[in-house]
Write a protein that binds this ligand. Structure first.
Ligand code: ACO
Length: 307
């Protein structure tokens, strides 16, 4: 048994906050933010439920399937709308899905964790699953802290996947966690994100590259055979360093961070869908997803694209 991707969709809040907007309230500059992070603007607003519903609905419509034929939803999020019940409950209800639903929190690696989980569940459970990454990081961002406020944004992305009797499109994956580094990026209940940026940067490149290598080795694929790298959209310099160390051309990286900022679990599906919509993928192309996040978690997955 394997997994096939049937549909994809995204959702972003309407409100655009540019670097120039942030210059008005923070001791920062458009130049600094672009040079150090690659981010030019981000979208702010809506609830995690709204963004998950928007992205999920777009993916279901694109797949052309009856929502009730989807027997499970996994919502990757680190910013649920409330503690109880899970945000996935309301999203499941609004989309008219059947079966169960649950939230999954693996921070910015969440979407890869959710996709790998869906892949495993397809072999024994429902034959269609909606996988969503949706976040409202703006709610846990301290807008007076220039170290973090310039980096984050809100958004959602989703895939509808179904089981197929052959190997399917998910060829290999690697998930991991180093809890020794859990202090470098965290937010308490009711608090804001606190981050040791330099430490995250250093570790992010290393764990993303190591995880991607393990996934490629598992699939017996060389880095130069990868057509598209879809990295977590945290910092352009992290992505470029990872490309260089992996031996993947920088031009092969999917990038949306310049207009979305870092949207945690939503960033990989946002970048993937953008690449699909730009016509960057043809059937048979190898796509490498690679994320890292608080925990410190990491996850990578290799997909053979089939529209
Ligand atoms: N505007 C202007 N100056 C700033 C700003 C800002 N917004 N933020 C920090 N600075 C200053 C610092 O105070 C520091 O000043 P100092 O030298 O006088 O102390 C100087 O700029 C350099 O700071 P660094 O932290 O060394 O800057 P760096 O080049 O490392 O860039 C950044 C900072 C962008 C945060 C980078 O470290 C980074 O991207 N780290 C990884 C962050 C990340 O990926 N986070 C999320 C991962 S997981 C998740 O998504 C939840």
């Amino acid at each position: 048994m394997g997994m096939r991707i049937l549909g994809w969709g995204t959702a972003l809040p309407d409100k655009v906050v540019t670097n120039a907007d942030l210059e008005k309230t923070l001791d920062t500059s458009d130049e600094w933010i672009i040079e150090r992070s690659g981010i030019r603007e981000r979208r702010i607003g809506d609830s995690t439920t709204d963004l998950a519903v928007g992205a999920g609905r777009a993916a279901i419509e694109q797949a052309g399937v009856d929502p009730a034929s989807i027997g499970l939803m996994i919502l990757a999020t680190t910013t649920p709308d409330q503690q109880v019940p899970a945000t996935s409950a309301q999203v499941h209800h609004e989309l008219g899905l059947s079966g169960g639903a649950f939230d999954l929190n693996a921070a910015c690696s969440g979407f890869v964790y959710a996709l790998v989980t869906a892949n495993a569940m397809l072999s024994t459970g429902p034959n269609r699953i909606l996988v969503v990454g949706a976040e409202t990081l703006s709610r846990i961002t301290d807008w007076t802290d220039r170290n973090t406020a310039v980096l984050f944004g809100d958004g959602g992305g989703a895939l509808v996947v179904e089981s197929v009797p052959d190997e399917g499109q998910l060829l290999a994956w690697d998930l991991g966690l180093d809890a020794e580094a859990r202090h470098i990026l965290q937010a308490d209940h009711g608090g804001y994100i606190k981050m040791d940026g330099r430490e995250v940067f250093k570790r992010a490149v290393r764990v993303m590259v190591d995880s991607a290598k393990r996934t490629l080795e598992q699939a017996k694929v060389r880095p130069d055979e990868v057509k598209l790298l879809v990295p977590h959209q945290a910092n352009i310099r992290i992505i470029q360093a990872a490309c260089d160390r992996l031996g993947i051309d920088r031009e092969k990286a999917a990038l949306v961070m310049h207009r979305t900022g870092n949207t945690s679990s939503a960033s990989i599906p946002l970048a993937l869908v953008d690449a699909i919509e730009q016509g960057r993928l043809e059937d048979g192309d190898l796509v490498l997803l690679a994320g890292f996040g608080a925990g410190m978690t990491w996850g990578s997955a290799l997909i053979r694209w089939q529209a």
